[in-house]
Unconditional design. Sequence first.
Length: 429
Amino acid sequence: MPPSKTEPVLIIGAGVFGLSTAHKLATSGYTDITVLEKDDRIPSRFSGGYDLNKIIRSEYIDPFYTQHALNAIRQWQTNPLYQPYFRQVGFLNVVTGEANEVVRNALAKYNKSVAENPAFDGYLVPCPDADHIRRVAPQFTGALPGWKGYLNGLAGYAQSSNAMGACFKACEQLGVKFKLGADGDVAELLYQPGTKVCVGARTKSGAVYKASRTIIAAGGFVANVLPSIAEQVTAICWGVSHIQLTPEESEQMRGMPVTTVRDIGFFFEPDPATHKVKICYMGGGYTHTAQNNGKSIPYNSLAESAYIPAEDVKQTRRMLRMAVPHIAERPLIDTHLCWVADTDNSDYIIDFVPESDSSLVVLSGDSGHGFKMMPIFGDFVQDLLDANTQKLARWRWREVKRDAAGTGKQISWRASAIVDLDSTPRAKL
Ligand SMILES: Cc1cc2nc3c(=O)[nH]c(=O)nc-3n(C[C@H](O)[C@H](O)[C@H](O)COP(=O)(O)OP(=O)(O)OC[C@H]3O[C@@H](n4cnc5c(N)ncnc54)[C@H](O)[C@@H]3O)c2cc1C
Ligand SMILES: *[C@@H]1O[C@H](CO)[C@@H](O)[C@H](O)[C@H]1NC(C)=O
């Protein structure tokens, strides 16, 4: 039986997946949607998307995600809701001369995947050496030692917090209700006694929200709300920092492609409004184990996540010295850990929770590549509800144990293991 559009729907989490889903369902005629969010504002500072910007790249080694990313980019280019926040500056995908074999192979696979896909005809510029890179990124003043790769012009970045804010406003206009702060911070799900059928949620303030359909979109925090998912999802984070430029310096770097240095990290064109350059060191990621239940969950407070490890500072400066040495020694500001829900094979989880009789849906496992899908993510959820089953095996709930060492299988970015934050020194900035 197709779902009734008047049924009360509860969405837990107003991050990327939650907002996209609320917007899609409201647009397609659902009339009773309530979103619960633990922050007292949206865009939520706990969201992995709470940032100046996120890469909107279209290449994946796996053509399944490439097709979705291409569909998403089409929306970023044309959908009036999202288009104002998209900058199609291109995506420069490179390695340094110090990159190891695993990373070089990953670059070669990306390169092959775009070269063989006609969707990218006319968008690719091979960059076999530093001189070629300077032609597509004249903003780089550094030596680019041993750098090589390619530029894909069918990509760029989005101003992610701003895009989430716009989606939030659009949802409100469509009649979606939002509860924030203690009134929106879910303490527990409510079940029909003796069953796994979910009937809503109770928040930290004690408020109870009843729903015939509850959709969990709690990002890295998902195991707080749904402990049984901890077997297949790990909360991991990366450190983010920024460098403040003057308006003149910012202008000099205008139009710089989003640059991913596969063996170190990535950085962006200066934000046009704040003139800040955002930088991220992409090691194997860090995790944190909650004291109370032994599960992998982000720090509870924003203050605890407001730092980056010492290694991140070292690697950030190393990358900038090679490309933009004139700013490489500047203070690193607005440092914070950015949390995601990671699965072993980087596949999303978009499915009903087993034995919930379709009452409980979980949207998780973004694995650090979910933001770009924001304009189309709600479509994935609508498809699930309409079909009343997840037809795509790869997005199903998995009854598997996670590879605890986190060494990964064939994950392109995972060249090193996940490290526990407690075992790594903090940066003194
Ligand atoms: C450093 C970094 C770089 C990234 N770069 C990219 C990129 O370049 N491109 C890309 O596509 N993706 C990128 N991502 C990934 C992207 O940010 C995530 O895929 C995306 O945010 C996942 O969306 P989500 O809705 O699952 O989780 P989130 O966006 O994190 O949202 C979860 C929401 O749930 C709320 N919540 C949690 N617990 C509760 C509770 N108990 N009650 C109520 N609310 C709750 C949180 O406050 C939050 O608002 C990056 C992530 C990081 C960390
Ligand atoms: C990318 O592919 C092109 C075309 O097949 C090839 O000429 C180039 O050497 C490749 N570059 C890398 C970095 O693998």
